[in-house]
Design a protein around this ligand. Sequence first.
Ligand code: A3P
Length: 319
Amino acid sequence: RQEEASTEDEEFEELLQNFPKERNWVSGFLYFCQGFWVADLSIRSQVSFSQNFVARDNDLVLASCPKSGTTWLKALAYSIVNRSRFALSNANNPLLKLNPHDLVPYVDMDLYSRYRPIYFENIPEPRLLCTHTPFESLPPSFKSSNCKIVYICRNPMDTFVSLWHFVSKFESETELAPIQECFDKFCRGVHLFGPFWDHILGYWKANLETPHKVLFIKYEDVKNDVVFYIKRIAEFLGFPFSEEEERRGLIEEIAEVCSFEKMKNLKVNIDGKHHSGKPNKNLFRKGEVGDWKNYFTPSMIERMEKLIHEKFKNSNLVF
Ligand code: A3P
């Protein structure tokens, strides 16, 4: 068994040689595999996912580019789908004891994870899952099955600032990585699951072509009217609220339980750790729209605005 494993490892190392490689922002490497950049730590899991994972008709899938509001979307969808199993504000609500990433696994990063391999076959249906994989690179069953996908995206400038803070903390709690180097990589599309424009456009196109299958939402819009989007997501996933639930204020209750302030101040998110060993508190920074204004120089604004115009001009997407 050990021999088999080491042959597998060698074969995998050989396979890796075929992928273009760049230094990641802070430590480790990114590999350009199947049309997007994957971190060295999750590449094995990513390849296994693309070769082995089969989506089911009743799967409920959340999707995003990292730092676009995934944790929030996981909390909202988890609350919507499980609301008949426990009272939201009751201490038994798993969301009050666990981080949303421990409740809604990543199909791509957790499948073969060195930290937490997940046996997706055993998750009770309907499975609530999450992915950072771009739409075009998802295994074919995502397109051929009737599974539903909710995609959240975010203004690329705020996404960059959030990612820059997040990856800096991999190395140091106090010092940020050099912003210009990280920004240059981001603009060249060299970042986790990048390029961000391909990521966003892939799901945007899927939403236009198959709106019953892919719901496309923006972080900024959810911030602006969370109640509207909780209703929208619930309807889309097939868990609409009854009039009686609406009258009881259940939607507002979900908004409150999943709010940034509430989640950031839960014990599990103050001193708990993610299964990879990283502190959960790094997932809750500011939760604001427009924080990029505190970090972008005029030349960064110019470069990013040009990029946004060039990449998104043929879509109706506005950031
Ligand atoms: P900031 O770094 O700008 O604060 P992801 O979950 O995809 O990793 O995205 C992380 C971003 O979402 C971070 O943004 C984080 O603070 C914000 N976030 C996390 N939980 C949130 C919540 N409940 N409501 C709003 N924003 C949230």
